[in-house]
Write a protein that binds this ligand. Structure first.
Ligand code: ADE
Length: 247
């Protein structure tokens, strides 16, 4: 997988890409992240990449030429159907399904937006999709690009030590995760639930599923509504209802 990032702050990426799982993924060649400085594509000697908005108003707008030249340059070296993604609060909400879809690509390009936005002609010519990481405004698209890179990288084959952890975690199953515990079994009077110490795998599975259902219903009821419930799920939810009515 190759991810090409177009940014006016290349240094933003140095430390995060050199830490932990992302560093390992890059060393293993499962992932290459190439950072491109947008200013290298600016024609003038001051390397200007922004300008005043036509029609007036606050803030600056990213100029079309450097961005379009940068994308065209990268596309000339990319395979067909390479997605060109603009990171912007106006984009489609990035989620686990989108991360899984991107993880199947051989390559994609991320454009980190800045200032008040990008000239609309960039969207009209080279951008194939727009992604937002949430309903808030960041100082620029770089932090959003790192979120996308991190979520995609850990789905690539060979990147995580234990691939089974991908299947059981939040969102992969459509549910939030059940609570986790490790040693010690007792800490300041708080005990690990007995069933987890029992070694009884079926009971442990059932307990975890029930906790995942409980958490999801409490915190993200919308997720639960989208899920196709099994007979066991229905039974577990009924048990939760019965327990709640006893309280
Ligand atoms: N740029 C600024 N805010 C953003 C957001 N929420 N998502 C993606 N890119 C952004």
């Amino acid at each position: 997988m190759r991810i090409e990032v177009i940014t006016i702050f290349p240094d933003f990426f140095s430390s995060p890409l050199d830490c932990s799982i992302l560093a390992r993924a890059r060393q293993s060649e499962a992932l290459a992240v190439n950072i491109h400085n947008l200013r290298d594509y600016a024609a003038d000697k001051h390397k200007v990449v922004d300008d005043y908005p036509y029609g007036g108003g606050a803030g600056m707008v990213m100029k079309p030429e450097p961005l379009i030249l940068a994308v065209e340059d990268l596309l000339s070296r990319a395979g067909p159907d390479c997605p060109v993604i603009l990171l912007t609060p106006q984009g489609q909400q990035f989620d686990q399904a989108k991360a899984e879809q991107l993880a199947k690509q051989e390559q994609f390009i991320l454009i980190c937006g800045h200032y008040e936005g990008v000239d609309e002609r960039v969207r009209q010519t080279v951008v194939t999709e727009e992604l937002s990481i949430g309903d808030y405004v960041l100082t620029g698209g770089e932090a959003a690009a790192l979120v996308v890179i991190g979520a995609v990288a850990r789905l690539l084959p060979g990147v995580l030590g234990n691939p089974a952890s991908i299947d059981s975690e939040s969102f992969a199953s459509g549910l939030l995760e059940y609570p986790h515990y490790t040693r010690p079994a007792q800490w300041r009077g708080m005990a690990v639930p007995e069933v987890l110490l029992s070694g009884h795998h079926q009971k442990i599975h059932r307990w975890r599923r029930k906790q995942a259902l409980r958490r999801t219903r409490e915190r993200r009821p919308q997720l639960l509504k989208q899920l196709e419930l099994t007979e066991e799920d229905k039974q577990l939810l009924a048990e939760l209802d019965a327990e709640a009515s006893q309280d």
